[in-house]
Design a protein around this ligand. Structure first.
Ligand code: FE
Length: 199
């Protein structure tokens, strides 16, 4: 089988946010979609390495900010490549809160959708959450960004480097060494070895 078939699937990009014990946190995910209309339900798959994952496991609630094509790379740096364990993810960003008390991005989001978890499935590296849609609002309502658009337009162009090794196609992190371990996880964005290319 040609593994490239998987690249033909389309994905959106979202800030997934949660609140637990008075703490806010959020991360970037690309796996969110409506699965049923009656009841109105969505699924999200979240990497267990994300602090937000543990918060949703405890609180059972989250918001999804559906990012717009105009979203700057800095949003991905903040929410995708930094851990809520180390930085206050909200500083410098305009946010609002839904009825569930959880923040969502006010700028750069076409809509926000609130979810209440009804079921979880352990997928190994990720947890799949099935959730009732409990609230939401159209914000910019323009063009939601796709993963493909992000790769072509939002992500900074790759700089030339003298380094030898492997580059993470998601965030640009370079692993200097040979070979790249099969179970390697990018320390910046938490993607696996399959998302690295040889340089
Ligand atoms: Fe990375």
């Amino acid at each position: 089988m040609d593994n490239k078939v998987m690249y033909q699937l389309t994905y959106g990009l979202f800030v997934l946010s949660a609140r637990d014990g008075g703490k806010d946190n959020g991360c970037i995910i690309n796996t969110a979609g409506q699965v049923t209309t009656s009841p109105n339900r969505i699924t999200i798959a979240v990497n267990k390495l994300n602090f937000t994952h543990d918060m949703i496991m405890r609180s059972g609630e989250f918001n999804l900010s559906v990012l717009d094509e105009s979203v700057p790379f800095s949003v991905f740096e903040r929410f995708g490549f930094q851990s809520g364990r180390d930085v206050d993810k909200l500083s410098g960003f305009e946010v609002e809160r839904g009825k569930n008390g959880i923040f969502y991005l006010k700028d750069y989001a076409d809509a926000f959708i609130a979810g209440k978890v009804v079921q979880t499935m352990d997928l190994g590296s990720h947890t799949l959450f099935l959730a009732d849609v409990t609230d939401g609002e159209v914000l910019l309502g323009r063009n939601p960004i796709t993963y493909s658009y992000y790769q072509k337009n939002t992500k900074p162009k790759v700089e030339k480097t003298e380094k030898k090794g492997y580059r993470c196609k998601i965030c640009g992190y370079i692993y200097e060494g040979e070979p790249l371990p099969e179970d390697f996880i990018c320390p910046i964005c938490k993607h696996g070895a399959s998302d690295f290319e040889k340089i």
